[in-house]
Ligand binder design. Structure first.
Ligand code: SF4
Ligand code: SF4
Length: 342
C-alpha cells in the first residue's frame, strides 16, 4: 500500500466528522455505534483503495466533505480533493461483514475514555440473547456476511456479564455453527475464559487499554492491570496463539517506548496488540483532562511510526492480524492494521 494512502487513512481516523449534502440519500444502512471510538454518532464506512475508515457524518458541519457527482463520490477537505473516488461500504451490524453487537451499553465501571455508558440513546435496550441470535441468523444469509462479534459493558457483576455473553454465543452457534464468533469481555477469573470457549467463541479480545500501568490506574480505576495480563496469558492457552487480541489506546500521555514495550510483552505471550488512537470528545473530555491534564491527540506520523513497530514485533513473534476473522482486525475501520492495511 502506498505511503500517502496510509497517511490519508491515519488523517481520516484522527480527524473530525464528514459533512454530507443535506438532500443526499445515503445509499447504505447507517451505523449507530454503541462502542468504539465513534460511539453515539451516526456513521458510515468509507472505502478507498482497499482501505476502510468509519466516519461520523453530519449535514451541518465537518472537517471533510463528501461530494457526490455523476458516477461517483469524492472526498474533499477545504475544497481540495483528497480522494477522487470513495465507496460507501454497507455494514451488517456496526461493521462491514460482521454482525457486531454490544450486549449492554451501560457499565458499572468508570473508564474515563469510555463513551459507551454516557450515551443518551439506549440502542442496546431490548437486545436479548434470543433476539441477537435471530438477527445473526438473518444476517448470515447476506453475501457479505463474514462473522459475529460481541462486546458488553459490565452489568450485574463480571460473572453475570460473561454468562450473558456465553449464553448469547451458544444461541448463535446453534443457529449459525459455521460462522466465527469473537468476544470482547472484561474477565477476572480463568473460569470465565473457559466458559466462553466452551460456549463456542473462536476469538477473544481482552483489552489492556493503556501501555502505562500508572496511567491505567488513573483511567481505569475499577480494573486490575496485573490480573488482565494474567487473563491474557490464560486466554492464549485456551484459544491459541493468534486468536487473542488486546487494545492499547494511543494518546493517554504514554510514551512511544511504553507502547512498543507493551506490544512486545503481549506478543511474547502470544497476544496480538491493536493500537487504537484516543478520541477525545464532548462526552469524555472533562473527565480525561481533569485526570490527565490537557491531552495531545496523536499525529498521523505517530500512528504510522507505532504501526510499523507493531508490525515488526508481531512478525518477529510469528503473529499476524490475518489469523483473526472477527472484531477490529477484520473490520479495519478505526485503526491502521498491520499486514492488512500496510
Ligand atoms: S469496562 Fe471500562 S471500557 Fe469497558 S464498557 Fe465498562 S467503562 Fe467502558
Ligand atoms: S474497527 Fe472495531 S471499533 Fe471500529 S468500527 Fe470496526 S469493529 Fe467497531
Amino acid at each position: 500500500m502506498e505511503e500517502d494512502l496510509i497517511r490519508l487513512k491515519a488523517e481520516l481516523i484522527l480527524g473530525g466528522s464528514v459533512r454530507i449534502p443535506k438532500d443526499w440519500k445515503i445509499p447504505v444502512r447507517i451505523s449507530r455505534s454503541t462502542a468504539g471510538p465513534g460511539a453515539g454518532s451516526r456513521a458510515i464506512v468509507l472505502r478507498f483503495n482497499d482501505l476502510r475508515v468509519k466516519k461520523s457524518i453530519s449535514t451541518d458541519e465537518g472537517e471533510f466533505d463528501l461530494v457526490p457527482y455523476e458516477g461517483g463520490i469524492r472526498l474533499e477537505k477545504d475544497g481540495r480533493t483528497l480522494i477522487d473516488e470513495v465507496e460507501i461500504e454497507p455494514v451488517i451490524y456496526h461493521s462491514p461483514g460482521q454482525a457486531f453487537f454490544n450486549l449492554d451499553q451501560s457499565c458499572e465501571f468508570h473508564c474515563l475514555f469510555c463513551n459507551s455508558p454516557l450515551l443518551g440513546v439506549e440502542v442496546t435496550k431490548g437486545l436479548t440473547p434470543e433476539k441477537i441470535a435471530d438477527m445473526v441468523a438473518e444476517a448470515s444469509e447476506r453475501e457479505d456476511f463474514v462473522s459475529i462479534a460481541l462486546t458488553s459493558g459490565v452489568v450485574g457483576g463480571v460473572e453475570a456479564t460473561v454468562e450473558r455473553m456465553a449464553r448469547t454465543v451458544e444461541l448463535i452457534k446453534e443457529r449459525v455453527p459455521w460462522a466465527p464468533v469473537g468476544v470482547e469481555p472484561y474477565v477476572n477469573d480463568p473460569e470465565q475464559i473457559y466458559r466462553l470457549r466452551d460456549a463456542g467463541a473462536d476469538e477473544i479480545k481482552i483489552n489492556v487499554e493503556s501501555a502505562d500501568s500508572v496511567i491505567f490506574s488513573i483511567v481505569c480505576p475499577d480494573l486490575d492491570y496485573n490480573n488482565l495480563h494474567e487473563m491474557i496469558e490464560i486466554a492464549v492457552e485456551v484459544f491459541g496463539r493468534g486468536k487473542v487480541s488486546s487494545n492499547i489506546i494511543v494518546g493517554l500521555g504514554e510514551s512511544d517506548e511504553a507502547i512498543i514495550a507493551e506490544v512486545e510483552h503481549l506478543a511474547e505471550m502470544g497476544c496480538v496488540a491493536g493500537l487504537r488512537p484516543l478520541k477525545v470528545n464532548e462526552l469524555n473530555r472533562l473527565a480525561l483532562e481533569e485526570a490527565l491534564g490537557s491531552l495531545r491527540q496523536p499525529s498521523p506520523e505517530r500512528l504510522i511510526r507505532l504501526g510499523e513497530e507493531q508490525k515488526r514485533i508481531l512478525d518477529e513473534h510469528g503473529l499476524d492480524t490475518r489469523t483473526f476473522s472477527t472484531m477490529c482486525f477484520e473490520c479495519r475501520c478505526c485503526d491502521l492494521v498491520p499486514f492488512r492495511d500496510f
